[in-house]
Design a binder for this molecule. Sequence first.
Ligand code: ZN
Length: 406
Amino acid sequence: MAKRLTSYRSNIITPTKDGGLLTLEDHIISVQDGKILSIHPFTRHDGDWQDYRDSIALPGFIDLHTHISQFHIRGAHETALLPWLENHIFPAEKLCENYDYARNISTLFFEDTIKKATSFCVIYTAPFREAADAAFEVASEMKVKAKIGMSLMDNNSPEYLTHSTDYALSNSIELDEKWRDPTLGHIFSPRFALSCSAELMRQIGKYAQDNDSFIQTHLSENHDEIRQVIKAFDTNSYTEVYESFGMLTKKTILGHAIHLSDEELDIIKQSGASIAHCPDSNFFLKSGVFPYKRVKDKAIPFALGSDIAAGTCLFMPYHAKMMNYTQDDSTLISAEEMLYRITLKSAEILNLDERIGSLESGKDADISFFKLPQELDFSAQALSPFFFTNDIFELKQFLIDGNERL
Ligand SMILES: [Zn+2]
């Protein structure tokens, strides 16, 4: 039996494929069976409707890089990446070895993503199968969308997080075989080159290429990290480590990618891999400034991640603001682009742009309704205060697959 048709009367702002923007005042979005059935002007509408005339309707946000097991320690400050991992992150991830603890943190995390109008997250868990199982099961029960991977560490890591190469690989492959749905699927997640053996990275590269699987890892976040990678692998560059193990494919998402030579950018471009830019995290850990212009000039795909817990919150428009703020005055980033890089561009990177990332007929009905402040009329101009003020637009309703979540 077909589900009830629900119509929402609102003002639509949605990105378009070319990076532009479509603004539609006083339109009806009709939703049926979890999909957007149609979008048309209210003047042509016949039938019931729910009243969101005082709001803007936006597509559900996408977080391209985050760590669910670190949710409770956001804001714990440290001087740089490596001491922050040792002193805060690794002990927090150890707690997720306990399945019940991991379920609890996963529940609180997804409750928060729903409150922040995020419909899809790309997630690292802790390096324990229990942590990954808990995250998948809670995501499935809560009907949220995600790619999830167990962080892999089989080398050069604290003993209490280090597993054998076989444990890391066999559990990841089991998860990859079990969770194949495009909107709740597995992603291989070797943490970064320093925590992974050559054998593990080589096997993951081969398996992912043979099975068309997604991979995520961290690249060139911090100068100390880069020096240690170059020494450990006796290589010219950090990027070449991943390239040599076959880990760079069209389905690879590289977190951070801050300190890169032109040769490294060329390698990434040729491989088809994408970048998850995490500006709030980069400033929190004083890691450096993302080479926005150089990455854009090379036409390397990139979109935004919260990178909890070095990122301080799960609200993706805030991270879009940070992308703007962390560039200098020679780089102008428009509100349109800010929206694009937390919605449709992320969807493209995930190979899901036919289903999510914008408001169009036929797509999944992942829709947020943010109430306009009284002093603002609806127009394309509403998008700039939406991004730069953060707290004057109240989230009134949020749909994932047409289900009202607030
Ligand atoms: Zn990260």
